[in-house]
Design a protein around this ligand. Structure first.
Ligand SMILES: Nc1nc2c(ncn2[C@@H]2O[C@H](COP(=O)(O)OP(=O)(O)O)[C@@H](O)[C@H]2O)c(=O)[nH]1
Ligand SMILES: [Mg+2]
Length: 244
């Protein structure tokens, strides 16, 4: 099964680990990577142009910085060609390490009943999920609100490693931009809910390893704004797909 993974990149020249990404595609013939440069002002674009020498690594260059939500949306639309079975997205800092990406993809591609598989940061005995305390606490408040917006139980909507079967329903959900740069994962799950994929055909998988990398571009203020945006997301979801 062919899988294309979108990697949104904004000013990632320092953090992008070329060798780790290349290793992922070299170990897995069915996996391709599509990096999306979101109008970076550092050397990201040049770095991505050089990465694209591998046949299964390519890049999409957006002229201006539009935020992670729009970069992921554009990437998923571009990734969803005819011969592609699953698409997905992961963070450029590989907070979800390649071995975990491979495990999530294995689960997705071997589960005929699933159209949506995503990783979750739960600190279980035996797992190695490290998060800064302040981000963990803010994340729990966000997750509680997201539960309410979605009307379904999800422990962690924001882990940034999601895989989606490449179906017409998915592309309906990607047709229009999301309301907010960071809470878009919630809006995407909500849209999938409106077309019968979530939660029925979805599975949240606790990650065995997740690393809270330094250099996050999401400030606490942006996180709080995203919480406010959930009210808007809730209203928009009630009108989806008819009006949005
Ligand atoms: N396209 C796009 N991606 C962004 C932007 N800011 C951050 N990202 C990407 O979103 C992902 C997660 O960002 P990060 O700064 O690690 O935030 P974290 O969620 O706090 O870990 C990375 O792949 C970033 O490159 C942005 O403005 N545009
Ligand atoms: Mg990060």
């Amino acid at each position: 099964m062919n899988v294309v993974i979108v990697v949104p990149c904004y000013n990632e020249a320092e953090r992008l680990d070329h060798d780790e990404f290349r290793g992922l595609v070299e170990r897995n013939e069915s996996i391709s990577l599509l990096f999306v440069d979101d109008g970076s002002s550092d050397a990201t674009a040049a770095l991505l142009a050089s990465l694209s020498d591998h046949p299964r690594m390519s890049a999409l260059f957006l002229p201006v910085n539009g935020g992670k939500a729009e970069a992921v949306r554009q990437g998923l639309i571009a990734a969803g060609g005819h011969d592609v079975d699953w698409v997905g997205y992961v963070d450029a800092d590989l907070a979800t390490p390649p071995a975990e990406i491979e495990r999530l993809i294995d689960i997705a591609t071997s589960s005929p009943g699933l159209d949506c598989v995503f990783g979750s940061r739960i600190r279980l005995c035996g797992s190695d999920v490290s998060r800064h305390l302040s981000r963990h606490l803010a994340g729990r408040i966000f997750a509680t609100l997201a539960d309410f917006v979605l009307g379904a139980h999800v422990y962690d909507t924001q882990a940034g490693a999601k895989f989606l079967r490449n179906t017409p329903e998915l592309h309906l959900c990607l047709r229009t931009p999301f309301a907010d740069r960071w809470s878009f994962d919630v809006e995407l799950l909500g849209r999938l809910g409106r077309v019968g994929v979530f939660p029925q055909r979805a599975s949240e998988i606790p990650m065995r390893v997740w690393v809270d990398r330094d250099g996050s571009k999401v400030s606490l203020l942006a996180g709080i704004r995203s919480m406010w945006s959930l009210a808007k997301v809730r209203r928009r979801l009630q009108r989806f797909p008819a009006e949005i």
